[in-house]
Each structure stands twice: as C-alpha cells, then as structure tokens.
Design a protein around this ligand. Structure first.
Ligand code: G4P
Length: 283
C-alpha cells in the first residue's frame, strides 16, 4: 500500500465521483468496521445526496462483535441501510441483494409507475483506500459475472458488471479521501495500516495503541505477550521487547522492533477482534 494524497489527486477523484454519480441509483459505501468513523469521509453525504446508500461495515471479521452490532444499529438509526461484511468471504455477502432492493424501493416503484420495466439498479462502490473496495467487487461480482461493456449514451469507457437480473455494478470504485482534520483520524488509519507508517512514528503509534488496549480491552496484551507486571505504555512496550527478545547490538532492548511486532499482530488480527472506535449510543 502506498497512499499519498496530493490536492490534485483529491480533486480528480472527487470530479470522477461527481461524474459517476450521474449514472447510478445506489452507493455501496464501504467503511472499515474497526474504525467506522475515521474511515468515512462525510463529503459523501453531499456528493451522494438523492442517491440511496448502503453502508457496508467491511472487515467486520477483524472487529469486535459487540461493537459491530452497535455500529450497525447506529447507522440504521441514521437512516442508512447497513450490513456487516467480510469481503473475502462470499457467503457474508449473500444478504446484500435483498437490502439493495429495499434501499432502491422508491426507484423501482417510480419505474413501475412510468411503465419502465426491467431497468436494472445501477450501483457504485465507494470508500477510502484500502477499505476493501476491489476485494468486495471481485468477491461479489465473482468471475462468472459478465461485464456489460459500454452502453450507448453512457460515458465512453464505463464498464458495468451485471449481478443477476436487477443489478449492475460500476467496475471502478469511487475513491474517497480520508479526512485528516482531526489528528486522531490519521492515527487510527495508521494503526489499521491504511496510511503509511512513515507518516507517523511506529513507536509512538504503538504506545497509543497500548494505552487504548489497556483501557478498552484489559488483559489482551498480558495474555499475548506473557507480561509480568502492570505499568505505563512505555513499560509495557519494554516488557514486550523483553518477552519477544527484541534486541539490538546483542543485548540492548529494541523498542522499535517491539513496536513493529505489536502493530503487525494487531493488524493481522493476532491480538483478537478489536474495534478502535466505539459506536455512539444508538439513539
Ligand atoms: P481498496 O480496493 O479499497 O483499496 O482495498 P483492497 O480491496 O485492495 O483491500 C485492501 C486489503 O484489505 C487487502 O489485503 C484485502 O485482502 C483486505 N480485505 C478486504 N476486505 C476484507 C475483509 O472483509 N476482511 C479482511 N480481513 N480483509 C479484507 P492486503 O493485505 O492488502 O492484500 P492481500 O493479502 O489480500 O493480497
């Protein structure tokens, strides 16, 4: 992954999405279930107004199950259609079709009133980089699905993937850029590995992760790294370095190596299912 955001990229991505919006009825917005707030860009509300929206809490297989349910409720209470997904696992995507039909009920009724029959729902997948857009498209569309190719009157080059009779998916996803206004957003995206480590120092990041885990998931670090004593995050990192024999120059403890191990373990799910952002109480 190598994401660098320049104003030029952002403008181009936004313009592309604005163009594509004209062609679709539904946005399937992917968010990362471990950071459902930081992995969204609220600009999509403006870009996609008047379009139906289905929010897919992707990578839910790596997120806390209780938080998954709470986030699901939260998004539903906000008036969105929402679903938990593991895009690498096709079976979790089976419940999408009925939700898509429900989300586009008004369009289908409008078509029926106008005597339009069998016009498929057109959908676009959107989300910030690394949230799983390509994985979702490949998994959901599957190899068997035919690309419908260009259509008369549609911008040249647009490819649609036909998913069953009633649904077509734009084969290129809409890229949203993360919204870094709040420094915690950048930190959380770095923690899950969605922005490059160089942007933020790995040691610093690991100390923040330790502080969070001690508070929200007590016992999880002690269990994995056989920690002997309690302590502040730096002391915990020192103990991880000790228990994992992270050494430099033969005998010196390497906090940097320990931080790398911790971040890798977290990102690969070895620490268990963890959600970094708590769902606001669903009102
Ligand atoms: P993007 O198009 O939005 O940029 O994301 P992409 O599909 O490339 O997915 C980014 C990474 O997230 C990939 O891993 C992919 O396998 C993983 N991923 C996507 N959806 C899910 C999911 O629901 N659950 C889990 N656990 N992982 C998911 P990678 O390490 O970058 O590549 P690879 O290991 O698949 O080769």
């Amino acid at each position: 992954m190598d994401i660098q955001w320049y104003p030029g990229h952002m403008t181009k991505a936004k313009r592309q999405m604005q163009e594509d919006m004209k062609l679709i009825d539904l946005i399937i917005e992917l968010v990362d279930a471990r950071v459902p707030r930081s992995s969204r860009n609220p600009d999509i509300d403006q870009l996609g107004k008047q379009k139906s929206r289905l929010i897919l809490l992707n990578k839910s297989d790596m997120a806390d199950e209780r938080q998954n349910q709470m986030w699901l409720e939260y998004f539903k209470k906000q008036g969105f259609y929402a679903l938990l997904a593991d895009s690498r696992n096709k079976t979790t995507l089976r419940s999408i079709q009925p939700l898509v039909a429900e989300a586009c009920k008004e369009k289908l009724e409008r078509d029926a009133r106008r005597g339009i029959k069998n016009r498929p729902i057109r959908a676009m997948v959107a989300g910030i980089p690394n949230v799983g857009k390509s994985t979702f498209i490949n998994s959901y569309a599957g190899r068997a699905c035919a690309k419908t190719g260009n259509r008369p009157g549609v911008t040249k080059g647009k490819q649609w993937i036909r998913l069953g009779k009633g649904l077509e998916l734009l084969d290129t996803p809409g890229i949203l850029w993360p919204k870094f206004d709040d420094p915690e957003v950048g930190e959380r995206l770095a923690m899950i590995g969605s922005v490059r480590d160089e942007i933020l120092n790995t040691e610093e990041l690991s100390l923040k992760l330790i502080a969070f885990l001690m508070e929200a998931y007590p016992g999880i670090l002690e269990g994995r790294y056989a920690l002997k004593e309690e302590g502040a995050p730096l002391e915990i990192l020192r103990q991880i370095a000790e228990s994992r024999k992270c050494l430099v120059r033969g005998s010196e403890l390497s906090y940097e190596k320990a931080a790398g191990i911790l971040m890798d373990d977290f990102r690969s799910g070895k620490l268990g299912r963890i959600t970094l952002e708590q769902a606001p109480e669903a009102q």
